[in-house]
Design a protein around this ligand. Structure first.
Ligand SMILES: Cc1cc2nc3c(=O)[nH]c(=O)nc-3n(C[C@H](O)[C@H](O)[C@H](O)COP(=O)(O)O)c2cc1C
Length: 152
């Protein structure tokens, strides 16, 4: 049975805009379906605020050699390395963007997915790691996401 959700918080971490685009498309689809949404760049987000989030969709790319986008380093440090983050009321789903040509494929998305669980969050949908040609993978992921959640 699908989880009933009032508000979806869509966070994105991007270097060149792909993750932002997919985050916005996720939020647009969610609104069409009747969810309230907010879409925020992690560069403007304090990871401690996850304590009051009902349902998080995180969309983020990997750069360098398995690193976060530059604008996401503070979020990375707080969430992945920090221990004072409370995700005990959080439901979450992660979409990682990357490229199979890199050894550390979608590493940042993997780290965020693990960290959210470590801090007590409940994964409601399996993480998807997308390669360079992500359009079909994204569409399939999005369709599946809205099978496991529905507007409250
Ligand atoms: C210089 C450079 C380094 C990258 N490093 C990685 C990497 O380590 N792992 C990975 O999976 N993808 C890597 N990528 C691929 C990006 O994550 C991919 O292009 C992604 O779609 C970018 O999304 P964004 O526009 O949201 O930042 C790299 C791309 C570039 C240009």
């Amino acid at each position: 049975m699908a989880e009933k959700i009032s508000k979806l918080t869509v966070l994105f971490a991007t270097e060149t805009g792909n993750s932002e685009d997919l985050a916005q498309r996720t939020a647009e689809k969610a609104e069409e379906l009747g969810f309230q949404t907010e879409t925020i760049n992690v560069s403007d987000y304090d990871a401690k605020d996850l304590a009051s989030v009902e349902c998080l969709v995180f969309v983020g790319s990997t750069w360098g050699e398995g690193e976060p986008p530059e604008s996401a380093w503070d979020f990375h440090d707080a969430l992945v390395d920090g221990d004072a983050i409370d995700c005990s009321k959080l439901k979450f789903a992660v979409l990682g963007l990357g490229d199979h040509d890199y050894e550390q494929f979608c590493e940042f998305g993997k780290k965020v997915d693990q960290a959210l669980e470590k801090h007590g969050g409940k994964r409601i949908y399996a993480r998807k790691d997308c390669g360079a040609d992500y359009e079909d993978e994204f569409e399939a992921w999005l369709e599946g996401l809205f099978k496991v959640i529905e507007p409250a």
